[in-house]
Every structure is written in structure tokens, then in C-alpha cells.
Design a protein around this ligand. Structure first.
Ligand SMILES: Nc1ncnc2c1ncn2[C@@H]1O[C@H](COP(=O)(O)OP(=O)(O)OP(=O)(O)O)[C@@H](O)[C@H]1O
Ligand SMILES: [Mg+2]
Length: 636
């Protein structure tokens, strides 16, 4: 007797459902995607008991013809692709022809639709099985309503994995937000137990887009976000990225879309993380809403049933493009931009001051307060770095004085020739402007120093109000950026190893090392091929003599293989420079003269990434006169 049997369709659908229907939120995702594919401009989502009891999704899209209703519910039935070529350049969110069949196999589903401009629609029911062919007339405007009740009523194993009503609803909310961020031209209404939770009106102007992003990601995100829009090699990256000081303790405010599809992709996360690497507080996560537009023929979206992943045909180009676009956007932030970003975006989004998170305190302060305790502990009350690990690290490194002469970077002594020059110039300017200080046009963005507070902070007055600068943090960044430039410009000092190190690697890595000999050389390494599965390190940069060179070379090889380039060595050197900059910068409790303070302010304005210290903490804060007036209830 034959042991192999064809699965009954219902069981086959239930197995397939295991891949896409994990919880109520996955049903909402599939149904919303169908509504969007149908060209809806308004979608109403009604949820009861976290979606476990009922989910109703109603749209005004093009609807389903009466004759197609039965097919829509069966497996492998789709109107979106017909031949393999269509899949190669698919422009719709769905294409597998499985979602409705899967959902209907694990719930009680009613599909009602009207494809015509009339008030009469048709309704089809399925209860955990192939649809019964019976259609009943049902009143319905043009569009479609899907009602899903009693999810997993016939698959108890799945039902056990459902969490509380609140948790399940939170996930639904996330799905709606994620899709709403990619479809500004669609109105979304989300209700839970008859209460409206989100009412997102459609709109495609800049102001309306800003409003939606602020509604979804919070006004504080908007106030701290930079707008990016970069186009190169047929790729476009646009959206909003938060300033590094607006970082999060979790990676929960990260939205990335490829041609309108929300994705989570390792290559993309790596590129973004790398772009933020030098400016983010340790252990914190960047916040962003970014859209990548790319020729659909060069991305494979058919990687996973949930379609959360994609595969780029030319991953290296995409990685490089995302990294360099964001890297430059972040490096280019100057105090001037930061001061204008917040106010212009917030007003464009129609946000009043009072609606911003934190009410009377600037959001950056709030966010800093929400930093992990361990991170806060690194700051002693006097503002010094109190990080034991760091000092130990510093003491244990024997820096090659020839490579980085401390004199060049003037640790604890700010008077380099440039600074002296700037001090003379600005010292006079500050002196002369201290009385008539608010002639707005010629006041630089960070203004002029008016005092030093407790030997830690510089207080300065600019055209809009008060600037408070963390002197050590700011100087640290200025010194660090200078050291990096010097390092990049000068040739790297290298030293041969007394005993060359042999490294056992894979054949692929040997080939990679062979084709990247020059890259290694530029970085001060001499790496030779020693055998089919081994390489020999003969020479290393002096600055890395105490580092774990073997591990570094391994990591670099694996980076090059995976992403086409590696920044490990540079990162490592940067870490060392950063530590040196930290220890070489002006300490708290050092009295600065007015010209010195002004020189530092001018340096900050001219330095890349000067909004954060090397550890990603903010270097300065701004309090507008309007904010200060509010403290004293002036003009209210
Ligand atoms: N809200 C809707 N409005 C109009 N047509 C719809 C709607 N929902 C489903 N359909 C029709 O039903 C078909 C089947 O939907 P289903 O979600 O099962 O598959 P799909 O969207 O084609 O692919 P995928 O499984 O990848 O989502 C769709 O191809 C579409 O023609
Ligand atoms: Mg679908």
C-alpha cells in the first residue's frame, strides 16, 4: 500500500499559515497589504480584544469581482503576477497568492467585496477550510471588507503562543504605523474595542508628511531629525534621520523601506550602524525613517514568506550608498543646521511647543536622562569622565609618540597656532559685541561666551537665546576630528614584526587577502600568502602594536568578503585616537578666558560631528528666549 499521500488542501493551508500567520498582527499586515495593492485611499481597521476575537479591515480599493471571490480564498490564486518575469520586477506588496487562504484556514473569515460603483456587494465565508462556494449578497460600497474572527480556533498549539490582549494590540499598532509611514496618500483609522487609537489623515505635501511622521514617531523625533534625500547611481535614499544625540535604548524607532516595502535586513542595518559608529553613545541605537528607491529588477523580494527580507543583486553598491549617504549627512551637521532643523521641522509639522515631548524641557535633555544608569554613572558630578575602564585602557596603551606627538594636539593646552589666531580674532569680536550682542546677522550660530559655569560649562549668547556647552565634551570632539584628519593625511607609521604571525584562514580568505594586498598596505600592514589556507602578517601599524592584530586581520577579511570593504582598522585606530583625544582635552575645573571660550565655540562650528563628543553625548544645548520666557511665565 502506498505510504505517501497528498495532503488535504485544508491541512496544506494550515501548514503554509504557520509561515505567515504568527499572530493577529500578521493578519493585519497581510490584509492591509491587500488593501494597498487594491489602490485604496482609505482603510479602516477595527480590532477587538487585541485582534484575538475580531479584526475587521475595510477599504475603498478596486474590490473583487463576484466571480473571483472564491478564487481569492484559495491557495496559489493571485491577480498580481502571472508569469515568472512578473515576479522579477514585482511592484505590488503581495504576489504569493497565499495570504487569504492561509488566514482562512486558521480562523472564521468573511470576505465581502464590491468591484463596481454600486451599493451591492457579495460575501463569502470560510471557517477553517476551503471556502464553501456559496455567495450571499451583502450591502457594500466599492471596496473590500475582510472580517477575521476567532484566530487559531482550530489550531490550539498556535493559540497558546498568543500573549495578552495589550501585547497583541501593540504589535498590530506597530504594523499599522509601519505601513502608514510608507503610504502617505492613504488615510488609516485604527480602532480598538470601539475606541479610536490612530486617525491618520492622508496628505502628500511636505508639511503633511512631516505631520504623519511626527504623529507616528513622536514630535521629539521630528524636532531632532535631519531630512536626507540623496540620489546616485540610479539609487535614491530619502527620509528622516535623528541626530545622534536623539538615540534610543532600543532599536525601536527604525523604519527602512525598499520600494515601499518595510524590511529588516542585515546589510542595511550594518550600513546604518556604520554611518553612526563614531557619533553614537555606546549601546544606544539610532532612530530613522528611510526609504530606498531602487530598480525592482535588482532586488529579490521572494526570500521569505513574510517578505520582511530582501536580497539585493548588488549588495555592495547598496551598502556603500546607504553608508556614505548617511555618513556625510551626519558629519555635515553644524550647530547652525541643528538650530534650524528643530524649529523649522517642528513648525512645518504644525507642532506647538507644548506638544513636544517633555513639555518644558528640550527633548535632548529628556533623552539624556533616559540613558542607561551605567552610562550616567560614567559622569561624575563635576562632569569629569569617571570611567575606570577607560583610564586603565589609556594607561595600558603605550602610544608611539612618533606617530602622534602630543604636542601637535596640544592636550590640556589649547593654544595651538590656529586657536591662538582665532582667539585673537574672536576675542576682540566677543569683547566688542558683549554689549550690543544681539545684532542677529553677524552673531555666529553658537554665539559669544558670556561666562563659565563651575569650570564645566560655557554659557554663550546667540541670536536666539542661550547656549550651554560642555567644555570637555566639545573640545574632545574638536581634538579628535583633528587627530583623525592628521592620521589620514600623514603616511601611517608601520613596524615589522620580529616574529611574523601565521594565520590559518579559509581558501576564500586567502584569495581575498591576495586581491586586497594594497588595501592592507595603505593601512600599514604587510600580509603575504603563506599557503593555500594560511597568510603571514609581516608588518603592522605602530599604533596597533598592542591590539589583537590576528583578530583584526580576520575581521577585516570577513568584512571585505561580506560587504566589499572594511573599516575595522580605521575604527580601531579611531578608538585609540578617541581615547587620546579624551585624555588630551581640556579638563573640567580649568578656568578658560573669554577668548579661549570663544575660540572653542568657533572651532565647534567648523568641526564635523561637533554636536556629540566621541562617546556620543551631546556637546551643547540650546535654550531659546521663548523657552526661557516660559520658565518665568512671561507673556502668558
Ligand atoms: N482588499 C482587497 N481588494 C481587492 N482585491 C483583493 C483584496 N484582498 C485580496 N484581493 C484579491 O485576492 C487575491 C488573493 O489575495 P492574497 O492576499 O491571498 O494573495 P496575494 O495578495 O495575491 O499574494 P500574497 O499571498 O503574497 O499576499 C489577490 O491577488 C487580489 O486579487
Ligand atoms: Mg496579499
Amino acid at each position: 500500500m502506498s505510504k505517501i499521500k497528498l495532503l488535504p488542501p485544508r491541512l496544506a493551508n494550515q501548514i503554509a499559515a504557520g509561515e505567515v500567520v504568527e499572530r493577529p498582527a500578521s493578519v493585519i499586515k497581510e490584509m492591509l497589504e491587500n488593501s494597498l495593492d487594491a489602490g485604496a485611499s482609505r482603510i479602516d481597521i477595527d480590532v477587538e480584544n487585541g485582534g484575538i476575537k475580531t479584526m475587521r479591515i475595510r477599504d475603498n480599493g478596486h474590490g473583487i469581482e463576484r466571480g473571483d471571490l472564491a478564487l481569492a480564498l484559495s491557495r496559489h490564486a493571485t491577480s498580481k503576477i502571472y508569469v515568472l518575469d512578473d515576479l522579477e520586477a514585482v511592484g505590488t506588496l503581495g504576489f504569493r497568492g497565499e495570504a487569504l487562504a492561509s488566514v482562512s484556514s486558521v480562523s472564521r473569515l468573511t470576505l465581502t467585496s464590491n468591484a463596481e460603483d454600486s451599493a451591492q456587494g457579495w460575501s463569502a465565508k470560510a471557517e477553517g477550510q476551503e471556502m464553501v462556494a456559496e455567495l450571499v449578497p451583502a450591502p457594500h460600497q466599492q471596496g473590500t471588507t475582510v472580517e477575521v474572527r476567532d484566530l487559531f480556533f482550530n489550531t490550539p498549539a498556535r493559540r497558546k503562543f498568543l500573549r495578552t490582549e495589550k501585547t497583541e494590540f501593540n504589535r498590530i499598532e506597530e504594523v499599522v504605523k509601519r505601513l502608514a509611514l510608507a503610504n502617505f496618500d492613504v488615510t488609516f483609522e485604527l480602532r480598538h474595542n470601539q475606541r479610536t487609537i490612530h486617525s491618520l489623515r492622508s496628505g502628500t505635501s511636505e508639511a503633511e508628511k512631516n505631520r504623519r511622521v511626527a504623529q507616528i514617531c513622536g514630535p521629539a523625533f521630528m524636532e531632532n531629525a535631519l531630512v536626507v534625500d540623496i540620489e546616485r547611481h540610479g539609487l535614491r535614499l530619502w527620509g528622516w534621520v535623528a541626530l545622534p544625540t536623539f538615540s534610543r535604548s532600543q532599536a525601536d524607532l527604525q523604519h527602512f523601506y525598499v520600494n515601499g516595502r518595510a524590511i529588516k535586513d542585515k546589510l542595511v542595518s550594518h550600513a546604518v550602524r556604520k554611518a553612526y559608529s563614531d557619533v553614537l553613545y555606546h549601546g544606544r541605537h539610532p532612530a530613522f525613517v528611510l526609504y530606498l528607491e531602487i530598480d525592482p529588477a535588482t532586488v529579490d523580494v521572494n526570500v521569505h514568506p513574510t517578505k520582511h527580507e530582501v536580497r539585493f543583486r548588488d549588495g555592495r553598491t547598496v551598502h556603500g550608498f546607504i553608508y556614505s549617504s548617511l555618513h556625510h549627512a551626519l558629519a555635515d551637521i553644524r550647530p547652525d543646521d541643528q538650530l534650524t532643523t528643530a524649529s523649522s521641522l517642528a513648525s512645518a509639522a504644525g507642532l506647538s511647543d507644548a506638544s513636544s515631548a517633555g513639555q518644558d524641557l528640550p527633548s535632548a535633555i529628556i533623552d539624556q536622562q533616559s540613558m542607561p544608569l551605567a552610562a550616567q554613572a560614567a559622569l561624575s558630578p563635576d562632569g569629569r569622565f569617571n570611567n575606570g575602564a577607560e583610564s586603565v585602557n589609556y594607561a595600558s596603551q603605550s602610544f608611539a609618540p612618533t606617530a602622534f606627538s602630543p604636542v601637535t594636539f596640544a592636550p590640556t593646552n589649547m593654544e595651538t597656532p590656529q586657536i591662538r589666531e582665532a582667539m585673537q580674532f574672536y576675542g576682540q569680536a566677543a569683547g566688542s559685541s558683549s554689549q550690543a550682542s544681539s545684532s542677529a546677522e553677524d552673531t555666529p550660530p553658537l554665539g559669544y561666551a558670556i561666562a563659565q559655569l563651575k569650570g564645566i560649562y560655557i554659557l554663550a549668547e546667540n541670536a536666539q537665546g542661550l547656549i550651554v556647552v560642555d567644555m570637555h565634551a566639545a573640545h574632545e570632539r574638536v581634538v579628535y576630528e583633528r587627530m583623525k584628519t592628521a592620521f589620514e593625511q600623514g603616511s601611517v607609521q608601520a613596524q615589522p614584526l620580529l616574529v611574523p604571525q601565521t594565520l590559518a584562514v579559509s581558501e576564500k580568505e586567502v584569495a581575498c587577502a591576495e586581491s586586497h594586498v594594497e588595501v592592507f598596505q595603505q593601512l600599514g600592514f604587510v600580509v603575504e600568502i603563506a599557503g593555500p589556507e594560511s597568510v603571514l602578517i609581516r608588518q603592522i601599524p605602530v599604533s596597533l602594536k598592542n591590539a589583537n592584530v590576528e583578530q583584526l586581520v580576520r575581521d577585516v577579511l570577513s568584512d571585505i568578503i561580506q560587504y566589499g570593504s572594511s573599516d575595522r582598522i580605521k575604527q580601531h585606530v579611531n578608538e585609540l585616537l578617541s581615547t587620546m583625544a579624551c585624555h588630551g582635552s581640556v579638563r573640567a575645573n580649568r578656568q578658560l578666558t573669554m577668548p579661549e571660550m570663544n575660540a572653542l565655540l568657533r572651532d565647534m562650528e567648523a568641526t564635523e560631528r561637533s554636536g556629540q563628543c566621541n562617546h556620543g553625548r551631546p556637546t551643547w544645548m540650546h535654550f531659546s528666549l521663548a523657552e526661557i520666557d516660559k520658565w518665568f511665565m512671561r507673556g502668558q
